[in-house]
Unconditional design. Structure first.
Length: 179
């Protein structure tokens, strides 16, 4: 569970664009539709075999096949849904899900942001307004999230809060006025 610091507020949560899952949905749909089509023609191809022996084997393999497809689809969906960036007024948190029980959480203080790069490649990303955003930090570490929607809003929010943070830190470091 992610704990926010004192006076920290979530500004924006960014996940991958929905279009990223369309390829997986198409593949999943084809893999689910193909077995019934094949099974309609299978009795013709296996007419020389004993139906009492072949039918239970076909049902067993079909069940295993469907279970594997649903597990793989669930893993892809879980990776899609649990990968996210959380932008707060004090830091950027990168949650990267890698597999079922492997998660990496990284964070950078928003005051360490030095450079933000946005990449929008191709017609699809241009029309659907999603792409890649890279953040370079003071420690020369790079945070990257691919296929993120609302790129410009995310960039503007990070810049806004990094400027606010730098102004606050400049004011706190200024010498006290002499009386």
């Amino acid at each position: 569970m992610l704990k926010l610091q004192e006076n920290e507020k979530i500004v924006m949560v960014a996940r991958k664009h929905w279009f990223v899952m369309t390829r997986m949905i198409v593949i999943f749909t084809v893999l689910v539709i193909v077995p019934p089509i094949v099974l309609t023609f299978l009795p013709v191809a296996t007419s020389q075999f004993n139906a009492a022996t072949v039918e239970p084997l076909i049902n067993l393999f079909l069940t295993i096949y469907i279970m594997i497809i649903f597990v793989v689809a669930f893993l892809f969906w879980m990776d899609y849904y649990l990968d996210m960036w959380i932008v707060t007024n004090q830091r950027i948190i990168d949650v990267e899900q890698r597999g079922l029980f492997n998660r990496e959480i990284s964070e950078i203080p928003i005051k360490h942001v030095q450079d933000i790069t946005i990449e929008v490649n191709g017609v699809t990303q241009t029309f659907l307004k999603f792409g890649t955003i890279r953040i370079q930090t003071a420690g020369e570490r790079e945070f990257t999230i691919t296929d993120v929607p609302r790129l410009y809003e995310l960039k503007d929010a990070i810049i806004k809060y990094s400027e606010i943070d730098s102004k606050n830190s400049d004011a706190s470091q200024a010498p006290a006025p002499k009386i």
